[in-house]
Design a protein around this ligand. Structure first.
Ligand SMILES: CC(C)(COP(=O)(O)OP(=O)(O)OC[C@H]1O[C@@H](n2cnc3c(N)ncnc32)[C@H](O)[C@@H]1OP(=O)(O)O)[C@@H](O)C(=O)NCCC(=O)NCCS
Length: 190
């Protein structure tokens, strides 16, 4: 693991179609990374079916190099109470060049990115409780599963072979892919 000297800041992307950080973003080249690249790419080209809130985590120095990108939107987890606005993290990836890097506080970039995304969700939701947050993770995406494991996300296995309407049309779930979700819970107030 390589150690980074600088901390980070989170930036909300006002217009994904003109944001240079998004245009140049890549989280890697394996199948899972490519799916995330594609999802972010569609926000950039404006082809995305769903508008998302996109956040960029960047180094807290004058260059502000992109450490990672996450995108989320309100979307009900199938089978849950429709009156509650669940949140779906539909893309999350740390930048390829920061693979296996630790921040000065000892967290990996991906770990900090998910933590910051959850804080962003809590802040924007503006409620006394955290909404249910969920994500779709392919069976073979071990790094993705490890990340959600470390935040105690629950695991719901998908049967596969069926279209899952909340995914992009070009993603076909297979047996063993999973929904990872963190149930709604009250927020601690200080
Ligand atoms: C999932 C993801 C965000 C995790 O990011 P991350 O926590 O920064 O970890 P990295 O992927 O950079 O980890 C690289 C290596 O460092 C190791 N590592 C991570 N955190 C560590 C820590 N705190 N201490 C020691 N090693 C650590 C990992 O085990 C991994 O080793 P491996 O390649 O041998 O498996 C990242 O892998 C990613 O962006 N993947 C592509 C997109 C994706 O799959 N997104 C999730 C789907 S929703």
């Amino acid at each position: 693991m390589r150690q980074l000297r600088d901390g980070f800041r989170l930036r909300h992307v006002q217009d994904p179609t003109t944001d240079l950080a998004l245009r140049n973003f890549s989280t890697g080249s394996d199948r899972h990374a490519q799916a995330v690249n594609e999802l972010i790419g569609r926000q950039v080209t404006g082809e995305a079916r769903h508008k998302a809130r996109v956040v960029v985590m960047e180094q807290d120095d004058p260059l502000g190099e992109t450490l990672g990108v996450a995108a989320w939107r309100t979307e009900r987890l199938p089978g849950t109470n429709p009156s509650l606005p669940d949140v779906y993290i539909h893309a999350l990836g740390r930048s390829e060049q920061f693979c296996a890097h630790l921040l000065p506080d000892g967290r990996s970039v991906g770990h900090a990115l998910l933590a910051e995304t959850l804080i962003d969700i809590a802040r924007i939701s503006g409620r006394a409780s955290m909404p249910l947050v969920w994500a779709y993770v392919a069976r073979t995406n071990h790094k993705g599963h490890r990340l959600y494991d470390s935040f105690d996300f629950h695991h719901r296995r998908l049967r596969g072979g069926k279209r899952f309407t909340y995914l992009p049309r070009w993603v076909f779930p297979v047996r063993g892919d999973a929904i990872r979700f963190l149930p709604a819970h009250p927020l601690a107030r200080c």
